[in-house]
Design a protein around this ligand. Structure first.
Ligand SMILES: [Zn+2]
Ligand SMILES: [Zn+2]
Length: 173
C-alpha cells in the first residue's frame, strides 16, 4: 500500500501530539512537532498547551480504538469539534490540491484540531480503518501510524519490540 505523503500531515501530527502529551516535557515536544510539520503561527503555542493536551487525550482514543467502527465513531466526534466550520480544497504555497478543515484565519488551536481530525479521517479511508495503534509493550504509552507494507506493526519502535521479546523470554525461563 502506498500512502500519499502530502495527505499525511494531520495523522502524523495527531500521533506526535499524543506521544508529546505522555512525555516528560509535553510543551517542548508539541513545539518540536509543530516545527516538524510546519504549523503556522506556532509561537502562540504557550497560550494553548492545556487545551492541546486535552485534545491529545481525545486523539489517543482513536489510536487505541478496538476496530474500524470504533475508530470511525471517535473520529466523527473529533470532526464535529475540529471541522465544524466546513471543508474546502486549497492550493496554497504552490502545493497540490488538498483539503483544509478550518479557515486559514482560525487560531492555532482551532487549526490543529482541524488538521488532526481531518487527517485521521482521510487516513482511515485510505487505511481501511486499520494502521493506527498503541505500542503493545506493557508500560509504553506511545502510539503510531503504520505505513509499512503489511499493516502488522505492533510496537512504537524496534527497541520496544526487542525489549518485549526479551521480557517474554525471561518470563518463560
Ligand atoms: Zn495546507
Ligand atoms: Zn513502545
Amino acid at each position: 500500500m502506498q500512502f500519499n505523503h502530502d495527505n499525511m500531515t494531520g495523522v502524523l501530527l495527531a500521533a506526535d501530539l499524543v506521544n508529546a502529551a505522555s512525555s516528560g516535557d509535553p510543551a517542548e515536544r508539541i513545539g518540536e512537532a509543530f516545527e516538524r510539520h510546519e504549523i503556522r503561527g506556532r509561537d502562540a503555542l504557550p497560550s494553548f498547551v492545556g487545551e492541546l493536551l486535552d485534545w491529545a487525550m481525545h486523539l489517543r482514543g482513536v489510536f487505541e480504538g478496538l476496530d474500524a467502527r470504533a475508530r470511525c465513531e471517535k473520529v466523527n466526534a473529533l470532526l464535529e469539534i475540529g471541522a465544524s466550520r466546513g471543508v474546502y480544497l486549497t492550493t496554497h504555497d504552490g502545493l497540490d490540491p488538498h483539503l483544509h478543515f478550518a479557515p486559514e484565519s482560525d487560531n492555532l488551536l482551532a487549526r490543529v484540531r482541524a488538521v488532526t481530525a481531518g487527517g485521521l479521517a482521510i487516513f482511515l479511508t485510505e487505511s481501511r480503518g486499520v494502521r493506527l495503534g498503541a505500542c503493545a509493550r506493557g508500560g509504553c504509552e506511545q502510539v503510531f501510524v503504520d505505513v509499512g507494507r503489511n499493516a502488522t506493526r505492533r510496537y512504537c519502535s524496534p527497541r520496544c519490540g526487542n525489549n518485549d521479546a526479551v521480557d517474554r523470554h525471561r518470563r518463560r525461563s
